[in-house]
Design a protein around this ligand. Structure first.
Ligand SMILES: Cc1ncc(COP(=O)(O)O)c(C=O)c1O
Length: 451
């Protein structure tokens, strides 16, 4: 590796970072992470902190998951690559499909289609949803509905169903035929409704209204995250996702559950759809499927959808979609090991227990720090605090507030993520109670910076 001076001098010089302005990376050079162990990361200056971001919602089993590392190394030696396009397969991906089928069977899933990551999985589900209707002789069903504040990656299709202007405006025009309904975001919503159950009903009514307006026969699918993640961690009322599923079924609209964050235990349940007891038609997975150690994803496909494709006699079911790295043998080997560890540790149980501790700790911080307008969590290890300038009016914080808190929190021992006014927590699911306290103490110190 190049020495420290070289790395600092060239930091962000020849490389544009995702999700920030190139000039910002010059003004505020990114922290250079050089090592990690357990749930801790270490930077180039030797400063070590608990990673309350969990990589990027993906390092569920921490940075020292030896079985996944061993599986990757062994597979690189055995078969480093082969394609799964028509006519060839590999041993790992066959085994993985069976494992995923068993894991997601209670969600009604029966088949897998492999991808290279979350945005690919979203794109795949959107495409297969349209194709499903075409196979069935219903080619007019092409539109997509989704939630404002939802995040579905950054491919053109995903950005089109995305509910945050930051990922859309500079790339418009996006895909035609995509429409959004209000998110069940209790802290701020167009209905001025603070009761989560009532708000869920209002959002469901908005969905019914939009379907009536567009015409059910024009809509292919509705896509949602079971708990909205990147949009600021917005858990809906338990009635919401089952309500969406019922409305979709009634109108012949497919339901895509975007589980890129929620699929493997993060919510305290084995999947996000299972947390709410909803049965989708597709589930988009990625991230923790390999513990973040290899770029990989999968779309799970429900029995009823699989049947339509597999029993087609018209020729319309040929899938004209896929990636060079679909079913990559190294990714599949990593995923097999990762699934085994996830199941062995029953990792969703620790996510639920540590999530409850972290949630309680954040609510305690809110009592002491006026800058915290809202605390969101209560379902495993996905939580957020929303910072405000004034609690009464819920005004936006000063533009530099979140970054100041984040920097001070990092110095005090925890990496947290800033997204607009939100500080988002998505730590590894192998977190201990002591790690929870480290995160809370660091955030306390970070927030004290404002007083
Ligand atoms: C719900 C959801 N969908 C899709 C994506 C896109 O995944 P990727 O960044 O792997 O393309 C993300 C990424 O955070 C996500 O949270």
């Amino acid at each position: 590796m190049k020495d420290e001076n070289y790395l600092k001098a060239n930091n962000a010089r020849s490389f544009w970072h995702p999700m920030t302005a190139p000039s910002d990376s010059h003004k505020n050079p990114p922290t250079i992470i050089t090592g990690a162990q357990g749930v801790r990361i270490r930077d180039i200056d030797g400063h070590e902190v608990v990673d309350a971001v969990g990589g990027l919602w993906n390092v569920n089993l921490g940075y020292s998951c030896q079985p996944v590392k061993d599986a990757i190394a062994a597979q690189l030696d055995r078969l480093p690559y082969y394609s799964t396009f028509r006519g060839t397969s590999n041993d790992c991906v066959i085994e993985l499909a069976e494992i995923l089928r068993d894991y997601f069977a209670p969600d009604g899933m029966a088949r897998a289609f492999f991808t290279s990551g979350g945005s690919d999985s979203v794109e795949t589900a959107l495409r297969l949803a349209r194709q499903y209707h075409k196979i069935k002789g219903d080619p007019g069903r092409t539109k997509f509905l989704s939630l404002k504040k939802g995040y579905h990656g950054t491919h053109m299709g995903g950005a089109s169903v995305n509910g945050n202007a930051n990922f859309r405006t500079m790339y418009e025009p996006l895909l035609p035929g995509c429409f959004h309904i209000p998110a069940p975001y209790t802290y701020r919503n167009p209905f001025n409704e603070s009761d989560p159950a009532k708000l869920a009903q209002l959002c469901l009514q908005a969905l019914e209204d939009e379907i009536a307006f567009q015409g059910a026969g024009t809509i292919a699918a509705f896509i949602m995250e079971p708990i909205l993640g990147a949009g600021g961690v917005i858990p809906p009322h338990p009635s919401f996702m089952p309500g969406v599923a019922e409305i979709c079924r009634k109108h012949g609209i497919l339901l895509i559950s975007d589980e890129v964050i929620t699929a493997f235990g993060r919510t305290g349940a084995k999947s996000g759809a299972r947390l709410w007891g909803a049965q989708p038609d597709f589930m988009c997975c990625a991230k923790a499927i390999t513990n973040g150690y290899f770029p990989f994803g999968a779309v799970m496909i429900a029995d009823g959808v699989a049947e339509v494709f597999e029993q087609d006699t018209t020729g319309r079911a040929a899938i004209g979609h896929g990636y060079t790295y679909s079913g990559h043998p190294v990714g599949a080997a990593a995923a097999i090991a990762c699934m085994a560890e996830t199941q062995r540790l029953q990792i969703w149980e620790n996510a639920a227990a540590r999530g409850a501790e972290l949630h309680k700790g954040l609510l305690d911080l809110q009592i002491r720090h006026d800058a915290i307008g809202d605390v969101r969590g209560g379902h495993g290890l996905m939580l957020a605090i929303e910072l405000v300038g004034d609690r009464q009016t819920k005004s936006a914080p000063h533009p530099t507030t979140a970054a100041r808190v984040q920097t001070a929190t990092y110095k005090a021992g925890a990496m947290v993520r800033v997204s607009g006014p939100n500080m988002i927590l998505s730590p590894p699911l192998v977190l201990t109670s002591a790690d929870v306290q480290t995160i809370l103490a660091a955030m306390d110190a970070g927030l004290s910076e404002l007083s």
